[in-house]
Design a binder for this molecule. Structure first.
Ligand SMILES: *Cc1c(COP(=O)(O)O)cnc(C)c1O
Length: 401
């Protein structure tokens, strides 16, 4: 059966993913099951999507109830779940207004469109260039891949969209040097996810905020991965005592149902008027209901608190491993967005862990990334650490021979 699905998929699906040879059928909490009865503890969570774990009963109930009532209507009309979700987001963030869409890339597209429009509206059409960072990831649409500071994402899709100046991450001088009369915004992830769990240097984000204020630029935070509690706070910007002008969300927003959002301060959001932008599915009642259940659970079910506490515990255990194995260069991250930077191949480690019942992720070929559901417990982390310890021990024995 497994081979059957894999064989068929490899024949008819666009070959855009290199997949692991398992067929997943079911999940519960932090556990996933495959077709052969194999079980896995999930430290990937759909790539930082299923923050409340799989098959969360409250979300399942909310989706089922809403599906019987109303799945979709056009944004030509008002609906209650969408309104309630926007209210919640505005109440719990720096922002005044929300635009709903269906993915991270779409949320970033909305942000890019909004900053361009904002300066057009102010009689400065020459200001359209956005500064982004090396190693960033903003999506796969033609504009968002143009914003992304990774050659491997852009290669083959030229010509890129004009207007992105990419500078090294964590280098304030480099940002200052590239600002011209055409610059309109700085856009970045407060912690780079796909780029390898790279954290901002102390004072860096605050420095960017100051630069934006001085030069009258807009600051856009891509919190598609870091948002919705992933770092132990609802939004990562809260760690740094400052706020962006625009923030994008997606991934965990509806715990696996497709949803993105672009949030902005009133002064900026005012540049989106009827006809400026739209999305057929954006904020549809079914998905908004799921998201509303998610955001309430993050706060009311103690999920944020768990993320902060267990994230620190997890990081300490990874540091224990680092003190044991010389090929571990660094342990990085905040909350439950953690990375282990290795000076050896990480992909083979991911495969071995999968065979031993743990799903983990590797990015940039040598950085193990851990992004489990935020409900994960110490015992599950202990089990993974035992597995990693054994795998690392084998590795170091091999390299000694
Ligand atoms: C995943 C991700 C995106 C793209 O999201 P999609 O939903 O795949 O379009 C954009 N930015 C960041 C920081 C991400 O992690």
């Amino acid at each position: 059966m497994t081979n059957d699905v894999i064989e068929k998929a490899d024949k008819v699906m666009a070959a855009t993913y290199s997949r692991f040879p398992i067929v997943l059928t079911q999940g519960e909490g932090c556990t996933l099951y495959d077709e052969t009865g194999g079980t896995y503890t999930d430290f990937v969570a759909g790539i930082a999507v299923c923050n409340l774990g799989h098959a969360h009963p409250g979300i399942a109930r909310a989706i089922a109830d809403q599906a019987r009532r109303l799945v979709h209507v056009s944004n030509l009309y008002y609906t209650e779940p969408q309104t309630a979700l926007a209210e919640w987001l505005v109440e719990h963030s720096f922002a005044d207004r929300v635009f709903f869409c269906n993915s991270g890339a779409e949320a970033n597209e909305a942000a890019i469109k909004l900053v361009r429009k904002y300066f057009k509206d102010r009689g400065a059409p020459e200001r359209f260039r956005i500064i982004t960072m090396e190693g960033s990831f903003h999506g796969r649409t033609i504009a968002t891949l143009s914003a992304t500071g990774q050659a491997k994402i852009q290669k083959g899709f030229e010509p890129l969209v004009e207007g992105f100046d990419i500078v090294p991450f964590n280098d304030l001088d480099a940002v200052q040097d590239v600002i011209t009369g055409q610059t309109c915004a700085i856009m970045l992830e407060p912690i780079q996810g796909e780029g390898g769990v790279r954290c901002p240097a102390s004072g860096y984000l605050e420095g960017l905020r100051n630069l934006c204020d001085q030069e009258r630029l807009l600051l856009v935070f891509d919190e598609v991965q870091t948002g919705m509690g992933r770092t132990g706070k609802l939004f990562a910007y809260e760690h740094f005592g400052m706020t962006p002008d625009i923030m994008t969300l997606a991934k965990a927003l509806a715990n696996g149902l497709p949803m993105g959002a672009m949030l902005a301060k009133e002064r900026v959001a005012a540049s989106f008027t009827p006809g400026s932008h739209a999305s057929t599915f954006g904020g549809t009642p079914l998905v908004a209901t799921a998201a509303l259940t998610v955001v309430k659970a993050l706060v009311e079910e103690g999920v944020l608190r768990n993320c902060e506490r267990v994230g620190q515990y997890f990081k300490d255990r990874l540091l224990d491993l680092k003190s044991k194995y010389a090929f571990i260069q660094e342990v990085r991250g905040k909350g439950l967005l953690l990375g282990l930077d290795l000076d050896c191949d990480g992909v083979s480690i991911v495969k071995t862990c999968m065979e031993r019942g743990f799903l983990i992720n590797c990015t940039q070929e040598h950085i193990l990334r851990f992004i489990p559901p935020l409900i994960i417990q110490e015992g599950q982390i202990d089990s993974l650490i035992v597995c990693l310890d054994a795998v690392f021990q084998n590795l170091s024995n091999k390299s000694k021979k």
